[in-house]
Design a protein around this ligand. Structure first.
Ligand code: S0N
Length: 271
């Protein structure tokens, strides 16, 4: 859609915004939007920009064109210890991106057209919500191509669609239609391909009308249930951020700087 304005120019992704909505698009349609470590590094940079920019309230992750959201790691740059980018270092930095999508304190919506496969399908999974076009297809191929994601890709998938279904997805490596994915709770909504961006933007605009702090805590709380101490750390950090804004926390800081005893007695002890 024409209203998108470029935020920053990269080689392998597009990074745009429409008001408070940011859109990150994997831009390698010739390989069904397979990612290299450089694609991932660019996405990490763009997500961090969204995290720091207080005017951005919701982020869309998608792939260029109608044929694929993402086909996973680019097998042509798969070395023996990971995927190899321009710096010639083998790495699995998509795991860092998965984590960033989980901890970024703003809703992230996957907008899926066409294939969502392998590590690309895990990126879709870790997004907070997924809007799928009716041509979307979901598939894990790891056991066919000698790889696996035993982190979010397996354990979290089992939480989302159930253990039996998740094992079926990985053991058989079959493709699933958008409608089948919807039935499994893998995606939030299926719409005609022509409407997918319009629908995704409508969800974004509705979300933008809600309290950003409430959304932040809901996301952190749901993830804390899955992410153990790292999830607890996230929600604890969010609480600290709020506490820092209070006169009680500021009394502690001010007393230290003024070299006096803090007066916490004046603050209420709520039930
Ligand atoms: C996506 C598929 C189903 C699309 O089929 P379609 O529409 O028939 O198109 P094709 O003709 O097959 O493809 C068009 C061109 O695109 C190239 N291409 C497609 N996908 C890839 C890819 N992943 N890597 C490199 N090239 C790709 C095709 O080769 C073709 O180009 P030409 O014509 O020049 O040959 C179909 O394409 C498909 O099945 N693709 C492969 C999907 C796949 O197996 N992906 C990799 C899965 N693994 C991962 O993603 C690893 C993730 C990871 O990094 C990781 C992270 C943490 C822990 C572990 C791992 C791990 O290693 O698993």
């Amino acid at each position: 859609m024409s209203d998108w304005k470029t935020i920053k120019t990269y080689s392998e992704i597009l990074f745009e915004r429409q008001g408070k909505i940011a859109k990150i698009t994997i831009n390698r349609p010739e390989v069904r939007n397979a990612f290299t470590p450089d694609t991932i590094q660019e996405m990490i940079d763009a997500f961090n920009y969204c995290r720091d920019d207080a005017s951005i309230g919701v982020i869309i992750l998608t792939g260029q064109g109608d044929l694929a959201f993402c086909s996973g790691g680019d097998q042509k740059v798969r070395g023996n210890g990971g995927y190899v980018g321009k710096d010639h270092i083998a790495r699995l930095n998509v795991l860092d991106l998965q984590h960033l999508i989980r901890i970024i304190p703003k809703p992230v919506i996957a907008m899926v057209r066409g294939w969502s496969v392998g590590g690309g399908n895990i990126l879709q999974l870790v997004c907070d919500l997924t809007i799928a076009a009716d041509n979307a297809k979901f598939m894990q191929t790891g056991p066919k191509v000698g790889s696996f994601d035993a982190g979010y890709g397996s354990a979290y998938l089992a939480r989302v669609i159930g253990h039996k279904r998740a094992k079926e997805v990985w053991f058989l490596c079959h493709p699933y239609t958008a409608e089948e994915a919807y039935q499994m709770g893998w995606v939030n909504k299926v719409v005609p391909l022509a409407d997918v961006e319009k629908e995704t933007l409508a969800w974004c605009r509705e979300i933008l009308q809600k309290s950003p702090t409430a959304l932040r805590f809901i996301k952190a709380a749901m993830n804390a249930d899955t992410d153990g101490l790292a999830g607890l750390q996230q929600i604890a950090g969010d609480s600290t951020m709020l506490f820092y804004e209070s006169p009680e926390a500021q009394e502690g800081r001010d007393a230290y700087l003024q070299k006096r005893q803090p007066d916490f007695d004046k603050f209420p002890k709520f039930p």
